[in-house]
Design a binder for this molecule. Sequence first.
Ligand SMILES: [Zn+2]
Length: 133
Amino acid sequence: MKEEKNVVRQIPENKRHSYTFSGKVYPIKEWLELGEKLFGEDRTKWRFICPSCKNIQSAETIHQHNPQIIDDDSLKRIHEQFVYFNCEGRLNDKYGCNWSLGGLFRIHKTEIILDDGSYHPVFEFHTKSLETK
Ligand SMILES: [Zn+2]
């Protein structure tokens, strides 16, 4: 389990639109505010839905499914970079699929704009049935 640190994919910097997109676009600040409103301040509990297989995931559930991941860097990456960008099947094929928004096909419905003007695709928040389990 030594290679886990490299499993999580980083969002490329300064990625610009090079494809047609007709979904929702949020400035990063609004997106973070919306997440907080929906799920609270603890971002490990923010729930996202995979646009491909509809798997619902949060950093917390991903950690529950992968208890072997214990180092702080990997856990931090899961909730700061992985959970809204990759289906958890990329870490553990027992759950979800291997979809990543870094791939060729564009089926996502939400993007965020960072302060530098760059656009980044993200998974949609899962807003139904917020009870745990
Ligand atoms: Zn999936």
